[in-house]
Design a protein around this ligand. Structure first.
Ligand code: AMP
Ligand code: TRP
Length: 331
């Protein structure tokens, strides 16, 4: 049986990109595999977070996991900082990593640049982020990790670190594979469709948030940047805006780009945009409803307590093997 692990940072309000690129794809695995879905709050603090917000967003993200369709009876849902082995194995992974390979990570380079501009310094945690992510995954002997394609480099380094450890200290870790949705499902900014839709975009028109109301979603899609060519055609280079809307359509409707092109042949962007907006609204409305029921309910804490206990059971077995392999123990 496959073992699945994935996580999302509670570092802002989740976007349609997080949903289509990651969260939505977590759901089907719970019926066929052993699943661990984590709220990676220790990754979130690699960038400064207001403490009250971090606390709130951690709970909210858990509620969103469940609202999107994760079933705590089938999948283990938990908060990273509540299973201490993440940080402990994370340190061992940091000590197995090289500064050079960390400095080459594209996410590090872009986040470091942003941090330096905004804060005037580069938090060291940004550099050691990938070994902590490796620890997350390796603790559960995960075989498959569903993530958006922007995580490719992090998955490669996870495998490298696991292989390096196994070679040096003996076979402890399973080498995990990355799983990404067909076509990559990379959702781009609605205003600057050549860059990724992101939680932290300053332009509110660029990003659809999972908790946006139907009204707001419709308005944002109406305003999305397109082009003057006037035909619905998938061409990321010359029509990045339209191609992005087509990807969103495809990810929800299940249609191919060819089918979508045919559907809107001879029509302008108006009808197409309206249909994309309808699809997104239809998909997100029930999620928003369930989310509102769950936040603030004591049920959420029960689920997370149970999740942390279950995750801990599994994590401590691997952690024990790892410290024995490395000699990091006394008795
Ligand atoms: P993050 O927001 O960096 O915590 O990402 C959480 C998950 O969402 C990861 O699996 C990312 O690959 C995925 N993700 C984030 N933004 C996008 C996007 N714009 N399109 C597709 N997937 C995304
Ligand atoms: N780095 C991931 C992101 O930014 C979040 C993450 C942390 C993660 N640990 C993980 C994803 C383990 C999958 C598995 O999206």
């Amino acid at each position: 049986m496959e073992i699945i692990f994935s996580g999302i940072q509670p570092s802002g309000s989740l976007t349609l990109g997080n949903y289509l690129g990651a969260l939505k794809n977590f759901i089907p695995f719970q019926d066929t595999a052993e699943c661990y879905y984590c709220i990676v709050n220790q990754h979130a603090i690699t960038m400064p977070q207001p403490s009250n917000l971090l606390h709130e967003r951690t709970r909210n993200l858990a509620a969103l996991y469940i609202a999107a369709g994760l079933d705590p009876k089938k999948a283990t849902i938990f908060v990273q900082s509540e299973v201490p082995e993440h940080a402990l194995l994370g340190w061992m992974m940091i000590c197995s990593a090289y500064v050079g390979e960390m400095e080459r990570m594209t996410q590090y380079k872009s986040k470091a640049q942003k941090a330096e501009k905004k804060e005037g310094f580069i938090p060291l945690g940004l550099l050691t982020y990938p070994p902590l992510m490796a620890a997350d995954i390796l603790l559960y002997q995960a075989t498959l990790v569903p993530v958006g394609e922007d995580q490719t480099q992090h998955m490669e380094i996870t495998r490298d670190l696991a292989e390096r450890f196994n070679r040096k200290y003996g076979e402890v870790f399973t080498l995990p594979k990355m799983w990404s949705p067909e076509g990559g499902a990379r959702v781009m900014s609605l205003q600057e469709p050549t860059s990724k839709m992101s939680k932290s975009d300053d332009n509110e028109w660029a990003t659809i948030h999972m908790l946006d109301t139907a009204d707001v979603i419709v308005k944002k899609i109406k305003r999305a940047v397109t082009d003057s060519l006037g035909h619905v055609h998938y061409d990321k280079e010359n029509q990045p805006g339209v191609s992005n809307l087509m990807s969103i359509h495809a990810a929800i409707s299940g249609k191919t780009f060819e089918e979508i092109e045919k559907m809107y042949e001879g029509q302008g962007y108006g009808v197409f945009k309206k249909d994309v907006a309808d699809l997104v609204v239809e998909e997100m409305t029930p999620v928003l409803q369930r989310y509102e029921e769950l936040t603030g309910s004591p049920e959420l804490d029960e689920i997370l307590d149970e999740g942390a206990a279950k995750a801990h059971e599994k994590a401590k077995v691997t952690y024990d093997k790892a410290i024995h392999a490395m000699g990091l123990y006394r008795k």
